[in-house]
Design a protein around this ligand. Structure first.
Ligand SMILES: *Cc1c(COP(=O)(O)O)cnc(C)c1O
Length: 459
C-alpha cells in the first residue's frame, strides 16, 4: 500500500467526529463503537491492499454499522418455532400465557411479597405463594417449587435417602437429555442405587426381594422419551405404593412432564397425570414447570406434608430455590388450572387442542398470501409432536407450508430463514422445508410470512 493510500484511510479519531458515529456513542458507549470502527478500518486497509483503491467514508461507516449491530444484538433472542414440536427444549420449551408474562413483569419491576408477610410485617416464606394452589390443582397435602425438575429429584433423594438404598426398576435408569441420567443423580445425592428386574420386565416380587433395613425409598421414573413395547411388565403404581407403605417407606414418583389435564382428550395417548400418581399412593410426585404444565422453568414436588417439610428444611433447598420471576409465572400458570381455563389460556395446551382443520385454514391463508407475491408454496399434511420428553412416538395431525427451493437445497433456504429477524426454524423432510402451523403462534404469522417472502425473494 502506498503512503498516499495509507493517508487516505480515515483515523479512528476522525471517524469519532462524524455525526452518525456520535449518535452511536450515545447509545452504545465508546469501547463498543471504537471496536466496530477498528474492524471496519482494518477491512478497508485490506481492501486497499487488494484493490489499490481506498473504500469511501460512507462504505467504511456502513461496515462499522454492521459490526456494531452484530456486537450489540442480544445473544438470547426470540425465534419462531415452525418445527411442529410443541415443547421444544432447544427452543426454550413452553411459551407462556399472557397472564404469566404479566405477572413476571409486575414482580420484576419493583419489590414484592417474595418473603414478606403483609399481615404481620415479618419475614415470610417464598414457598407460601404456591402451597394452596398446588393443593387445589393436584389434591396433594403440600407442595413446593424449585429451580427445575432435575433439582426436584436431586433434592428429594438428597433429603430422604443419603447413605441409604433406593430401589428402582432397571428399565427406568434413563437418560433424559442434557446429561440428566438417573444413576448419576442417585450417586450425586449420596444414595445407593439398587436395580431390580430386567430391562423389559419387573415384578412386584423383584422390589420385595430387594428390600433391606438399608432401604430408604422406592423410586419410580417415567421413561419420558422412549417406549419399551412388546413383552413387558411393571407393577402398577398402586401396588408399588402399597408395598412401600407396608414397609414404612415412601414412594417417590418422578413424572417428568406430569400433566394436570388428560392428553387423551386430544387424540393422544394418555400421559400420566400428577393427580393419578397421588391417588395411587405416591408419597411425593415431581414434575417440570415448563413441559406439559406450560409454565416457566421450575420443578414441582407435591405430596405428604411431613416429607415436603423435610425437603424445605434441607440445605440443598436453598441452593436450588426458585427465583421470584419464575415463581410469579408459575403461580399465574397454576391459576389457569384452578379457574378451569388452562386449555384456552396456556399456549402449550392451546396448540395441543387446536383441531387440524383450523391449522389447514391458516396454512392455506399463508400460501394465498405468498401467491399474491408470485411465490409458490404448497399446503401439506404433517405430523406434529408434543416433545419435552412426553408421549414418545405419539403424533398430532397437523398442516404445514412446504417450500421447495428452485435453486439450491432446502438446507440453504432453511439457513436463510434462520437469518431472518426474528429467525424462523422449520424442519426438512424429503428435500422440502416444512413450516408447521401447530407451533406458530397466531400473532407471529405476519413476521413468519415476511421472513418467507424475503428468503424466497432472495433466491
Ligand atoms: C424432563 C425430565 C426431568 C428433568 O426435568 P427438568 O425440568 O428439565 O429439569 C427429570 N425427570 C424426567 C422423567 C423428565 O422427563
Amino acid at each position: 500500500m502506498t503512503a498516499e493510500a495509507r493517508r487516505q484511510l480515515p483515523a479512528i479519531d476522525r471517524l469519532l467526529q462524524e455525526s452518525t458515529v456520535r449518535a452511536w456513542l450515545e447509545r452504545h458507549g465508546r469501547p463498543t463503537v471504537v471496536a466496530a470502527l477498528r474492524q471496519a478500518v482494518d477491512e478497508a486497509r485490506e481492501a486497499t491492499v487488494r484493490t489499490g483503491t481506498v473504500p469511501s467514508l460512507v462504505a467504511i461507516l456502513e461496515r462499522a454499522a454492521a459490526h456494531l449491530a452484530a456486537a450489540t444484538r442480544p445473544s438470547l433472542r426470540p425465534v419462531i418455532n415452525a418445527t411442529g414440536v410443541i415443547i421444544h427444549t432447544n427452543l426454550g420449551r413452553a411459551p407462556l400465557s399472557a397472564a404469566a408474562i404479566a405477572a413476571m413483569e409486575r414482580v420484576s419491576r419493583g419489590y414484592s411479597t417474595l418473603e414478606f408477610d403483609l399481615a404481620t410485617g415479618e419475614r415470610g416464606s417464598r414457598h407460601s405463594h404456591l402451597e394452596r394452589l398446588l393443593q387445589a390443582v393436584t389434591g396433594a397435602e403440600a407442595g413446593i417449587a424449585v429451580n427445575n425438575n432435575a433439582a426436584a429429584v436431586l433434592l428429594a433423594l438428597t433429603a430422604l435417602a443419603p447413605g441409604r438404598e433406593v430401589i428402582i426398576a432397571r428399565g427406568q435408569l434413563v437418560e433424559i437429555g442434557g446429561g440428566f441420567r438417573i444413576p448419576d443423580v442417585l450417586r450425586q445425592s449420596g444414595a445407593r442405587l439398587v436395580e431390580v428386574g430386567t430391562t423389559n420386565r419387573t415384578y412386584l416380587s423383584d422390589y420385595e426381594a430387594a428390600l433391606t433395613p438399608e432401604t430408604a425409598l422406592i423410586l419410580r421414573v417415567h421413561a419420558s422419551n422412549f417406549r419399551i413395547v412388546g413383552f413387558t411388565h411393571s407393577p402398577s403404581l398402586a401396588d408399588l405404593a402399597a408395598l412401600a407403605h407396608r414397609h414404612g417407606l415412601p414412594l417417590l414418583d418422578d413424572l417428568g412432564s406430569g400433566a394436570l389435564l388428560d392428553t387423551a382428550a386430544y387424540g393422544l395417548a394418555h400421559e400420566p397425570m400428577v393427580q393419578e400418581s397421588l391417588q395411587a399412593g405416591a408419597d411425593l410426585v415431581c414434575f417440570s414447570g415448563d413441559k406439559l404444565l406450560g409454565g416457566p422453568q421450575a420443578g414441582i414436588i407435591v405430596g405428604r406434608r411431613d416429607l415436603i417439610e423435610r425437603l424445605k428444611r434441607h440445605p440443598l433447598a436453598r441452593a436450588v430455590r426458585i427465583d421470584k420471576v419464575s415463581l410469579a409465572g408459575l403461580e399465574a400458570t397454576l391459576r389457569h388450572y384452578q379457574a378451569g381455563e388452562a386449555v384456552q389460556a396456556i399456549p402449550v395446551w392451546r396448540m395441543i387442542a387446536t383441531p387440524a382443520e383450523a391449522l389447514r385454514s391458516r396454512v392455506e391463508a399463508w400460501a394465498a398470501h405468498l401467491a399474491a407475491y408470485g411465490l409458490r408454496a404448497t399446503v401439506v399434511p404433517t405430523q406434529a409432536t408434543v416433545g419435552g420428553g412426553s408421549l414418545p412416538g405419539e403424533t398430532l395431525p397437523s398442516w404445514a407450508l412446504a417450500l421447495t427451493p428452485t435453486d439450491g437445497a432446502a438446507q440453504t433456504l432453511a439457513a436463510r430463514l434462520r437469518q431472518a429477524d426474528p429467525p424462523v426454524v422449520g424442519r426438512i423432510e424429503r428435500d422440502r422445508l416444512l413450516l408447521d402451523a401447530r407451533t406458530v403462534l397466531p400473532e407471529e404469522e405476519p413476521l413468519l410470512l415476511a421472513a418467507v417472502r424475503q428468503a424466497l425473494g432472495a433466491a
